[in-house]
Design a protein around this ligand. Structure first.
Ligand code: THU
Length: 163
């Protein structure tokens, strides 16, 4: 028996102002996108901004539905919009920010499992680690460089191939 240790690296910033300008701009785009979220059931408004390799920024936000599971998270809305409108363009970064009308979101919001799986596939297509920047409505920002840090040992397309 061998023990395999998995490690994650998270860069924690006290304030958005501590990030490079390109990252601040991307997070501010996510904060703006939050404003158009449709979240009448959770009151939890999430925005996502995807940066493509040609500098294009694609926005998304959560879109809820009265049949709850029919809704979609901000991250997948943004990534699928990028895939649909800019096919073949590599995804460099995604910024995520969340706001609630019921309480202050002081901790960075990490993507749900389904969004991590979708990110993982776009990362593989992009052939480079995807940087993920996460924040709440106030407080600090967490940054990870690559899905490996939040979705280690992921199921991916290689698993479908006969070895
Ligand atoms: N949500 C997102 O859009 N992204 C996340 O990372 C976490 C959760 C949405 C889904 C739902 O509309 C609401 O937030 C509450 O879960």
């Amino acid at each position: 028996m061998q023990e395999i240790k998995l490690t994650s690296v998270v860069h924690s910033y006290d304030s958005l102002d501590d990030l490079p300008q390109v990252d601040k701009d991307l997070m501010n785009a996510a904060i703006g996108a939050r404003g158009h979220a449709y979240a009448p059931y959770s009151h939890f408004y999430v925005g996502a901004a995807v940066l493509l390799d040609d500098g294009t920024i694609v926005l998304g936000n959560n879109q809820e539905n009265v049949a709850y599971p029919s809704g979609l998270c901000a991250e997948r809305t943004a990534l699928f919009a990028a895939g649909a409108n800019f096919p073949g363009k590599a995804v460099i970064k995604i910024a995520i920010s969340a706001h609630s009308s019921d309480f202050e979101v002081v901790s960075p919001v990490y993507p749900c499992g389904a969004c991590r799986q979708v990110m993982s596939e776009y990362e593989q297509l992009s052939k480079r680690p995807m940087e993920i920047l996460m924040m709440g409505s106030s407080g600090g920002v967490h940054v990870v460089n690559g899905l490996i840090n939040i979705l280690p040992v992921a199921f991916n397309a290689d698993n479908l191939k006969r070895k």
